[in-house]
Design a protein around this ligand. Structure first.
Ligand code: ZN
Length: 298
């Protein structure tokens, strides 16, 4: 299995860092063939993580971020540069790009349009039917499907609960499990609780059957202080919790979901919060905290 480098300091949200302008997209190579991209918190409080994975025949981009405007969020340009650089090292004619999504919320699909006119590019649709059809998932959400990038096989795992067309991706070559907004160090906002519980059981089964190097979601909303999140809407994240979660965390989240089922509200744990909404009180508290957070410095 390839060595994975997840030792990275993500920018906290300032426009400059140590005298240098912070780029709109932070790029980190976790392996030679696996790039983690993060939209700047300064431009979007969502600050989503996107993943670009190279195989011998095609690359897969998972998610297109929270901003459509290429002037603010030059995703196409960044991905083209990364692809050009990779292809210089690994020349291949007709190399394809697949643009897929962890799920279809606005902060994960906003820059799809930047890829609309790109040659050799397929953009996956947004509904569960679109996703199942593209990857060949039979009996959504019961079965997973394999998707081969060329010498690099991805397992595409339906994980509805946060969103009906949500997927996770398990990469056999690195052991990375990409979980979108279903599992990440933040407020796990559950739309369909039984589906969410079933998806967590599936992810635990995947982790029991395969080596999982790290579980990587699409946001960080927890601070390094256990149980403490940054208020929703905050564009300043000093001292964030680390992005990677573990297979053990999956089990903890699954158990927490069982405990939270049928109980509305925010269920707070060390490195995640289960948000069994709508939680009017917690939403009001978040808004108040955001105002205080802004007054107190940022
Ligand atoms: Zn999201």
């Amino acid at each position: 299995m390839n060595e994975v480098d997840l030792d990275v300091r993500w920018y906290a949200g300032a426009r400059s860092y140590r005298g240098n302008t912070v780029p709109p997209i932070q790029v980190h190579a976790a392996t030679e063939n696996t790039i983690i991209l993060r939209q700047s918190i300064a431009d979007s409080f969502e600050a989503p993580f996107l993943y670009l994975m190279f195989g011998a025949d095609r690359a897969l981009l998972l998610d297109t971020g929270a901003t459509a405007d290429a002037g603010i969020f030059p995703l196409r340009e960044t991905v083209d540069e990364l692809l050009d650089g990779w292809l210089r090292q690994h020349p291949k004619a007709g190399y394809e790009l697949v643009v897929a999504h962890s799920h279809a919320h606005g902060d994960h699909v906003a820059a799809d349009g930047q890829f609309a006119d790109r040659a050799l590019t397929r953009v996956v649709g947004h509904t569960a039917d679109d996703v199942a059809g593209f990857f060949g998932v039979a009996h959504w959400p019961r079965n997973a499907a394999l998707f081969d990038l060329g010498g690099r096989v991805l397992e595409v795992i339906p994980t509805p609960g946060h969103h009906p067309s949500a997927i996770a991706i398990y990469d056999q070559s690195t052991g990375l499990l990409l979980t979108g907004d279903s599992v990440y160090p933040g407020r796990l906002d559950v739309l369909d609780f039984p589906a969410f519980q079933a998806s967590l059981r599936t992810l635990c089964e995947i982790a029991a059957a395969h080596p999982v190097t790290a579980v990587l979601g699409a946001h960080i909303e927890m601070s390094a202080q256990p149980g403490r999140d940054f208020p929703r809407g905050s564009t300043w994240h000093p001292d964030e919790a680390p992005l990677p979660l573990t297979a053990l965390d999956l089990q903890t989240i699954s158990d927490a979901a069982t405990a939270a089922a049928g109980r509305r509200g925010a269920h707070r744990y060390r490195n995640f919060i289960i948000w069994n909404g709508p939680c009017r009180w917690e939403t009001a508290v978040q808004f108040g905290r955001l105002l205080l957070f802004r007054v107190s410095g940022r």
